[in-house]
Design a protein around this ligand. Sequence first.
Ligand code: KIV
Ligand code: ZN
Length: 533
Amino acid sequence: MNQNSERVIIFDTTLRDGEQCPGATLNIDEKLAIAKQLARLGVDIIEAGFAFASPGDFEAVSRIARTVGKADGPTICSLARARKDDIKVAADAIAPAAKGRIHTFIATSDIHLQYKLRKSREEVIATAEEMVAYAKSFTDDVEFSPEDAGRSDPEFLYQVLEKAIAAGATTVNIPDTVGYTTPSEFGALIKGIKDNVPNIDQAIISVHGHNDLGLAVANFLEAVKNGARQLECTINGIGERAGNAALEELVMGLYVRKQYFNPFLGRAPESEEPLTNIDTRQIYKTSRLVSNLTGMLVQPNKAIVGTNAFAHESGIHQDGVLKNKLTYEIMDAQSIGLTDNQIVLGKHSGRNAFRTRLGELGYDLTDNELNKAFIRFKDVADKKKEISDWDLEAIVNDEIQQAPDLFRLDLVQVSCGCNSKPTATVSLYTPEGEELTDAAIGTGPVDAVYEAINRVVNVPNKLIEFSVQSVTAGIDAIGEVTIRLKHEDRVFSGRSANTDIIVASAQAYVNALNRLYSYLVNQQKQEKVTLRA
Ligand code: KIV
Ligand code: ZN
């Protein structure tokens, strides 16, 4: 596909740039679950990680390459700095994929050259050329990014890109690394590249951008109008600082305004040909999965996937929608896979019905995951008469969520109420299998539970976010608790769903502590780990 390609290529970087936001750290099984869902969503390329960053990152990229990178699946990509050791590790990690890409980058703005790289422009050009050629010795599919392109001298950028393409780059990606440009500037930058890089017809122009000024999606759409054919984005727009351009906003922008964008891709305005390969009905589910596993909540008014995105509150709007949806709706909730939250199962539903409905919802669980989820389902169905699709989703996401099973919650008991001191007793199994019980008083029942858990686990941390949301309406609804805690300068998240929100709160906290604990073990910070002794 060349840069005048008939459609827009979607490059998802949720697992690389998205995972770079504080607290979004995912373990390998969670990354794999997201990668599988991204494949169902229909993304063209999954940037699965930065393989050189750690053995865990390498393992994640390599497992995704092996499991999701099938011939009919997405291309699997690893990021690599413009260094031989980085590129070699990236090449090894993507090797199991049927289609693998190495994405190598070096900064090109004067600020980065002077203060970060301490390199001259000539040195940067030489490095880019040499490292693209080196990456090309491992795979035909090489992407090159001049980091901070948005603040680079365009004339210098043209030179770097020309050399990178001549050395074998098949995609040149233009990052607005600090989210600084405006739509007309970014569009002009892409046009300048098209007009001034002599061999640009041998590469696809891609764009990458951060949302510091809230302009990333607008910038990308302007870039498409000026010749960009690959968009680098993340689910729910997660990522470094204010995040990346949101996949769901870009895709639905191109979907809803197809007639407007068609001519920029050389098509007749009324052409029905989709502009991307994305199955838009998978968007909502992907958004929920990423939010659940990363612990990064989606704001209610978030475009496309926020809980209020399709809600009409004002009487005038409701009246209009009842008369004709077109009065106030530019897209159908079903187009992103938001179903009518049907009541589907109940206490007497069997394993087959459970498995069938999950299949219809697009979940593809292993036997082990299915067994665990079914036990949870029976437990919830005992307490809650009717189980809806959303309840099922909460149950399954809870089971897929693979917080390391180091500490296991066994018992939570609270006593609280008016004129009483909230008191909690908890029992946990330690990673060594010993059962420990402790009790504490708190300002409220959740605080008491957390204090008691802290007495057992004894890993210093500060709770920085606690949120509880109900999955459905009704007094018997499942409550989803998401928490984020901080240890030194790192953030860890935990999530759990239960009809009892105190139990969900305790489990979410244990999940986050397990992530923290496993991080400490991995870092071999023995002095912290032995604090419990
Ligand atoms: O923001 C950025 O510049 C990046 C590059 C590595 C593409 O993430
Ligand atoms: Zn980035």
